[in-house]
Design a protein around this ligand. Structure first.
Ligand code: GRG
Length: 333
């Protein structure tokens, strides 16, 4: 372990320890492949999943040090999914700079995402835990990776050209949010609890916390294009350009007046340019009151997450998990 990582763990700054461990795994190397994977990982995001993993380990009485390689692993899985997602969505901006495919082309970006998935396994293999625990962590990530893929496919059935169904049930949306986003938050928390030596009940409890936090996080993510902050680091018009019936859009269609429903249907018909689509959705979402309702829905979810944290032995780590559930729905990036 580098000085930076162990120092950061001693000073109780998990984010710094995670950043240092990520940098250690990804030294800049001379060839193009090294450049690609370095580029994908070079600008850290909010690090929510690794932070939740480490906090979950500590919340059940384990150490950050044991959990750190798995925290690095979950960030690799997350970034791999972002790289592939940006290709699918045609998004040229990620974390405030050109996405991997925008900079290096689609073919190399696909391979970069694939390579990061193998780094996930290499990182998990470094966990200093009993083999059965390490295998259980591998199973959690494998499960979550499959869910992410399932969620992605499920979502595309909701937005296939000509088949966009703005009136599609909110349950469909929740299924997608649970699979595309909730599953990895859940796996991060379960993996941390397993590595921390938690009981089966604590692993489930933290997994439920992760699931609810992930769904709440996705709901808030869907609100960002309508908050006007422009700070998400990806294009505001991405969801609109991809004709995605997101959380506030579905609420505007369900709860709004006829003119709001008509606006949503026209916007999601695919007949408009992305910026016009976003403008029309912005009208429907704000004028119908759906934005406020969507915010309330996200906060309700966050409260469900908080309720899962009762009775865990590690008070400081539990406080950090509670703060993450709150930040998930109180952010503009
Ligand atoms: C390669 C595992 C794999 C999956 C392929 C593309 C795909 C199938 C799934 C898409 C999963 C995905 C990207 C869901 C969106 C989740 C989400 C809200 C991402 C944004 O997370 P933040 O805000 O990002 O935590 P930062 O940049 O802060 O890390």
């Amino acid at each position: 372990m580098t000085g930076t990582v162990s120092e950061a763990l001693r000073t109780d700054d998990p984010a710094e320890a995670i950043r240092a461990a990520l940098a250690r795994r990804r030294p800049r190397s001379g060839d193009r492949f090294g450049e690609l994977t370095h580029y994908a990982m070079a600008v850290p995001g909010k690090l929510l999943r690794p932070l939740m993993l480490v906090a979950s380990a500590e919340a059940v009485g384990g150490t950050a040090e044991t959990a750190l390689p798995a925290a690095v692993a979950v960030e690799h899985l997350h970034v791999a999914s972002l790289v592939h997602d940006d290709i699918i969505d045609g998004d040229d901006l990620r974390r405030g700079r050109p996405s991997v495919h925008a900079r290096y082309g689609v073919a190399d970006a696909i391979v970069t995402g694939d390579a990061l998935l193998f780094d996930l396994f290499a990182s998990v293999a470094e966990c200093a835990a009993p083999p059965r625990v390490v295998m259980a962590v591998v199973a959690e990530f494998a499960h979550a990776g499959g869910d992410l893929c399932r969620g992605q496919v499920l979502e595309s059935t909701m937005v296939s050209p000509g088949a966009t169904r703005p009136g599609s049930a909110l349950e469909d949306y929740l299924d997608v949010a649970a699979a595309k986003t909730g599953a990895l938050f859940r796996a991060a928390c379960r993996a941390g609890a397993l590595l921390g030596g938690g009981s089966a009940g604590q692993v489930d409890q933290l997994g439920d916390y992760g699931h609810h936090t992930g769904v709440a996080f996705q709901m808030q993510d869907d609100l960002l294009p309508y908050l006007g902050a422009g700070t998400s680091g990806k294009p505001d018009a991405s969801d609109a350009a991809n004709l995605r019936p997101t959380w506030p859009v579905l609420l505007a269609h369900r709860e709004g007046r006829p003119e709001h429903r008509a606006a949503v249907e026209t916007a999601l018909s695919g007949a408009l340019e992305p910026e016009e689509t976003l403008e029309l959705l912005r009208f429907a979402v704000t004028d119908s009151g759906a934005l406020d309702e969507a915010r309330r829905g996200a906060r309700d979810r966050s409260r469900l997450a908080l309720a899962c944290l009762r009775g865990l032995p590690g008070a400081a780590a539990t406080d950090r998990l509670a703060a993450i559930a709150e930040i998930a729905v109180d952010r503009d990036r």
